[in-house]
Ligand binder design. Structure first.
Ligand SMILES: [Zn+2]
Length: 347
């Protein structure tokens, strides 16, 4: 779990995935035949099966996390932010953040709060309102002059949260989708002789519209495309049973559909078959909202068969995202089984 801890605590908002990419590149290089970074920043690792003209299996996991870019530095040194990725303002009160100066120098720790009055001096009406995302600001505890020298418009800001191993489950920030990156790395490490050429692509800018997967899928032109991502596990208080989407700890989720993709049916069936043959715990997922890199891969060029293997996650898009180790393990087992035995593409 050390590797997942490292990945979770690392900073990489859309367009600024370089630290995550460097970390993964160092660990993937010995596991594959070639590694390349493309113009957008996607890391493309290829493990060949050794047969000429073998089908291409593309597996995508995104490196970026939701976060912020500095939009304005005011005279007092307060930072105003542009969010990159989907936040719920209700999850952002009273958080510690890290500001990463692009001009160099050590990262700075600050606190994030909305421009509003504290409980002691606000009215009930004021307290009932959820502030706009744009009203949140960072306080670095430094003078306007000190901040002006170190922070510039465009610098990356990430939420700050230590990873914790709770035994059966882990919790931290950015498990969406560093847990997918972890699954892909772990699968490559276990893969001895794949039956297809495996194009493992660690993508960029998923959270702002599947942008990295769009170009990398064009380049790979996959015969089969699989996205690895997290999905909602609404098996918690406040959610009725019929709306739980997935349950944490009940296996990897084979996605039937979300709002970007209807998974290719024969591929869903193939993964169900592989899970059953290999005794891998799985569940089926229908997600009314949201999407994954599968959406971009499925619609690339003339189209590609695509599916997502999702890891059920509680508290998605908060710093308390929580996933079960057994579900991560199930995804590795299922993906490794698919790559090793091959998936026949129907004529
Ligand atoms: Zn994701």
């Amino acid at each position: 779990m050390q590797r997942l801890k490292d990945l979770s605590e690392m900073a990489g908002v859309p367009g600024r995935e370089e630290a995550v990419r460097t970390y993964i590149e160092a660990r993937v290089a010995d596991l594959v035949d070639s590694v390349e970074t493309d113009a957008m920043g996607n890391l493309h690792a290829l493990k060949r099966c050794g047969r000429e003209g073998a089908p291409r299996l593309m597996v995508a996991a995104h490196m970026d996390e939701i976060g912020f870019i500095v939009r304005h530095v005011d005279d007092k040194g307060f930072l105003r932010l542009q969010h990159v990725g989907g936040f719920d303002a209700r999850n952002l009160f009273a958080r510690q953040v890290t500001v990463h100066p692009s001009a160099g120098g050590e990262p700075l720790v600050g606190v994030l709060n909305p421009a509003s009055k504290p409980v002691h001096v606000s009215t009930a009406e004021e307290r009932a309102k959820v502030p706009e995302l744009a009203s949140f600001y960072v306080d670095l505890g430094l003078s306007g002059e000190q901040v002006g020298q170190r922070v510039r418009v465009g610098d990356m800001v990430t939420l700050r949260q230590p990873f914790a191993d709770l035994g059966e489950v882990v919790t931290g920030k950015a498990l969406d989708d560093r847990s997918g990156c972890w699954i892909l790395l772990e699968t490559l490490a276990r893969l001895e002789r794949p039956a297809m050429d495996v194009h493992a692509v660690f993508t960029v800018q998923e959270e702002v519209g599947l942008r990295g997967a769009t170009t990398s899928a064009f380049q790979v032109a996959p015969d089969i495309a699989v996205a690895l991502d997290t999905t909602l596990a609404l098996d918690t208080p406040g959610n009725p049973d019929e709306a739980h989407i997935t349950e944490m700890g009940k296996g990897t989720a084979i996605k039937v559909m979300d709002s970007h993709t209807i998974s290719t049916r024969w591929l869903v069936d193939a993964f169900i078959g592989l899970a059953e043959q290999n005794a891998v715990p799985y569940q089926l997922e229908v997600l009314p909202m949201g999407g994954t890199d599968a959406g971009a891969m499925q619609r690339s060029r003339g189209g590609a068969p695509a599916v997502t293997l999702s890891t059920p996650s509680r508290y998605v898009h908060t710093v308390t995202e929580m996933v079960a180790k057994a579900d991560l393990e199930a995804a590795v087992a299922l993906l490794a089984a698919a790559a090793t035995s091959g998936i026949p593409v129907p004529a």
